[in-house]
Design a protein around this ligand. Structure first.
Ligand code: ATP
Ligand code: MG
Length: 256
């Protein structure tokens, strides 16, 4: 197994509260790895540590063997480590296609929100960015609503658009934190299909936090169970769901 992401003995506390406890994980290159665990287990915190939004108190984060612990989120983005962002309020007044065009391949996700956004006006972009955006919007199945304002899209369509924005860059690893929440079944099917295609056709690795067990079962192998800030177990979803310790911690003692 070639790890693309390695988290090595990471600790993180907020005030006196230890949220991540000597946590180590490896995400295999080319995998769609799931992450589950009870509310407050530290899943989103771990994502923030991987993406660089938070710094660990101790421990290291590696991307393709390189220590990226000290790098900013932007620097990590440039190396192909991405998390999806909710469509920001300002962007809801632009069309779906324009939302994709706001993510040129060499622009990091977070700074573009401040540097590229000019109220009331969309920057002129070159034909290449437009061509790529049209390709992406077709791929994610939103070609028919490309000229709709992003704010008018359904919740599920917005999630597809968020996923589409990662395709405007040269992503290697994409972190998805509960993207299924509030998405209807049909669009959830599209979302799952697109994640699989990005994985198979474009070689993206995914790390997916999800409470929706159906989605985890359809998409992820292996699955990492996080409890109280450390890894409780890792394995195929069938083994995870049948593990008594996991059932106790995650499902509160009642079999799911
Ligand atoms: N910035 C912060 N400051 C203080 N405490 C925080 C902060 N972020 C998270 N926490 C606390 O850390 C713990 C883990 O939170 P986290 O959001 O990582 O959990 P989670 O596993 O993602 O939960 P959920 O499944 O509900 O999304 C919680 O007790 C939370 O209240
Ligand atoms: Mg969370």
């Amino acid at each position: 197994m070639t790890p693309i992401i390695e988290v090595q003995q990471v600790n993180k506390a907020f005030g006196g509260l230890r949220v991540i406890n000597d946590c180590s994980i490896q995400v295999a290159k080319g995998s769609i790895t799931g992450m589950i665990g009870p509310n407050g287990a530290g899943k989103s915190t771990l994502f923030n540590l991987i993406a660089g939004a938070l710094m660990p108190d101790s421990g290291r984060v590696l991307l393709e063997g390189e220590d990226i612990t000290a790098l900013s989120p932007d620097a990590r983005f440039h190396k192909g480590l991405l998390r999806t962002f909710q469509i920001a309020h300002e962007f809801s007044h632009m069309s779906a296609l324009e939302n994709l065009m706001m993510v040129p391949p060499d622009q990091p996700g977070e700074t573009l929100f401040t540097t590229w956004f000019k109220p009331g006006r969309v920057r002129a972009h070159d034909a290449e960015v437009r061509r790529r955006a049209l390709e992406v919007i077709d791929f994610i199945g939103l070609y028919h609503v490309r000229n709709e304002l992003a704010g008018n899209l359904s919740g599920g369509q917005k999630k597809l658009l968020e996923l589409g924005r990662t395709m405007m860059t040269d992503a290697k690893v994409v972190l998805l934190d509960e993207i299924a929440a509030g998405v209807n079944r049909t669009l959830l099917g599209d979302l799952i299909g697109n994640i699989k295609r990005l994985n198979q056709e474009m070689g993206y690795t995914f790390l997916v936090i999800e409470h929706d067990m159906d989605m985890i079962a359809q998409l992820c192998d292996p699955v990492i169970v996080l409890a109280q800030g450390s890894v409780m177990m890792e394995g195929h979803i069938d083994d995870v769901q049948n593990n008594p310790e996991v059932i106790e911690a995650y499902f509160g003692g009642s079999a799911a």
